[in-house]
Design a protein around this ligand. Structure first.
Ligand code: NDP
Length: 484
């Protein structure tokens, strides 16, 4: 088989297998071909992973931050050296075109390892003077962190969690999505090749039940999930039982607002990137595109022309711009949303049909116009290449409508009026906003959601808060003044 790993899991520094676990078939979404067969982690595998993480973390916390950093930097170099091989694997697993995976997946994972390798050694405590006495603080690792990933950016998600966790002295047990289980194993291999001691980064495969077993284990100190809101609710509740730290990176239905003074071609480019990149399977996508009425016709006409020029096809061909959806289930879900949008009265501008070879999970890039706020397409996360274009008249109106959602992951504004851009962004309820850009998520910038879209932040200095905790040490320098 094309992408069969040495074994299903990576535990305590080595590949391990337990064939008594339920089978997981890994499918290449462009052809429907089975590329690997893995097994879910059994309770014995989960136990070994957590026990080794617990053991290894105690020593790792005592390693000097610069030494930890050296290992992560080496891993970043190896990721870059093997970028092509890793990108092909990610393309086979997710169906995303090689044109994307070559620049966006392992590469951004390497950035994250490099960034936190640089940052972690600068993390210090503070001294608080109290007259004669004083307090000093120590930022300590949390301990054993569980990471649970979604299927859209498998190696990037694995790195975004591993890099801050490991650089700051924690251990990690990572469960990839069962749909895309392969690249996290490669990351484990690479981290160990770079010198990471055994037990600090473990990968266990499985479906939701394996994730739930990890989240509820008393040896776990923190849970970081990237997934949908319904899963986030369950995982957050389970973690709360053990009062564990959490980071929740959940779904969205983000607004992208185009004012009629915008550079139209850039706004269309932003809207297309924010709806069609990775076949629309991106949490922060701007899936409610609000276009001011003055430019609506021009916007839709050029959007249709540009969308119809997108090259769909074999994702392993570097000229292909758009691949299939990740799975048959996702294709069915997206096609159902398209049918529903039509039934609810949205106007199909282009696309809307399944396409390509019958065994691949392809759908045309799709644009609906005349979408209204009450339509399902404007309220639910589709996670496919389906853009909803809505009209608006005024700034106040569009801000209110943009915020009228339970989600709050991201938002975008296209305008050439600098004052308006900042004024609008200040009002938008979203964790990440873009002005005259969309979907750029450099590791240097905090990323995460407000409202139902999440808790905590990944990337940047902000992630330090979520992978460490503060110990406060009071130092008495005089005699103890006791009243008895
Ligand atoms: P899911 O919520 O279905 O799954 C996320 C992960 O959680 C998977 O590994 C899944 O395992 C696991 N899981 C499912 N049930 C449980 C449970 N009860 N306990 C513990 N773990 C569980 O999301 P998808 O994989 O379908 O990914 C798409 C979603 O992820 C979208 O909503 C998207 O917006 C969001 N996302 C958010 C991002 C962000 O940073 N905010 C980035 C990327 C995606 P399995 O797959 O094996 O069922």
């Amino acid at each position: 088989m094309k992408a069969q790993p040495k074994a299903s899991h990576f535990v305590d520094g080595a590949y391990v297998e337990d064939t008594t676990g339920a089978e997981i078939e890994v499918i290449h979404p462009a052809t429907g071909e089975v590329i690997a067969r893995l097994h879910e982690a059994t309770p014995a595998i989960i136990d070994r992973a957590l026990a080794s993480a617990r053991r290894a973390q105690a020593d790792w916390a005592r390693v000097k931050p610069v030494e930890r950093a050296r290992i992560l930097r080496r891993a970043a170099d190896i990721l870059r050296e093997r970028n092509h091989e890793l990108s092909v694997l990610e393309t086979l697993d997710t169906g995303k075109p090689l044109q994307e995976t070559l620049v966006a997946d392992a590469a951004s994972g390497a950035d994250s390892l490099e960034y936190f390798a640089g940052l972690a050694p600068t993390v210090t405590g503070e001294t608080v003077p109290l007259g004669r006495d004083f307090v000093y603080t120590i930022r300590e690792p949390l301990g054993v962190c569980v990471g649970i990933g979604a299927w859209n950016y498998p190696i990037q998600i694995a790195c975004w969690k591993a890099a801050p966790a490991l650089s700051l002295g924690n251990a990690m047990v990572f469960k990839p999505s069962e749909t895309t289980p392969l690249s996290a194993l490669k990351l484990a291999e690479i981290l160990h090749e770079a010198g990471l001691p055994a037990g600090l980064y473990n990968v266990v495969q499985g479906r939701g039940a394996v994730g739930a077993a990890l989240v509820s284990d008393p040896r776990v100190d923190k849970v970081s999930l990237t997934g949908s809101v319904p899963t986030g609710r369950k995982v957050y509740a389970l973690a709360a039982e053990g009062v564990r730290h959490v980071t929740m990176e959940l779904g969205g239905k983000s607004p992208l607002i185009v004012f009629d003074d915008a550079d139209v071609e850039s706004a269309i480019g932003g809207a297309m990137l924010g709806n069609f990149y990775s076949s629309g399977q991106i949490c922060s996508n701007g899936t409610r595109v609000f276009v001011q009425k003055g430019i609506k016709d021009r916007f839709l006409q050029r959007l249709k022309e540009r969308t119809e020029r997108i090259t769909l096809g074999d994702p392993l061909n570097e000229a292909t711009q758009m691949g299939p959806l990740v799975s048959a289930a996702q294709l069915d879900k997206v096609l159902a949303y398209v049918d529903r949008a039509r039934a609810e009265g949205a106007r199909l501008v282009t696309g809307g049909a399944r396409t390509g070879a019958n065994d691949g999970y392809f759908i045309q890039p799709t644009v609906f116009a005349d979408v209204t706020d009450d339509m399902t397409l404007a309220r639910e996360e589709v996670f496919g290449p389906v853009m909803a274009v809505l009209d608006f008249d005024t700034e106040d109106e569009v801000i209110a409508r943009a915020n009228a959602t339970e989600f709050g992951l991201a938002a975008g504004v296209f305008t050439t009026d600098l004052t308006r851009a900042h004024r609008v962004v200040a009002e938008l309820e979203a964790g990440t906003c873009w002005i005259n850009a969309y979907n750029l998520t450099p590791v240097e910038a905090p990323f995460g959601g407000v409202k139902m879209s999440g808790v905590g932040r990944e990337n940047s200095r902000a992630a330090v808060e979520h992978y460490t905790q503060v110990k406060s040490v009071y130092v008495g320098l005089g005699p103890v003044d006791a009243p008895y």
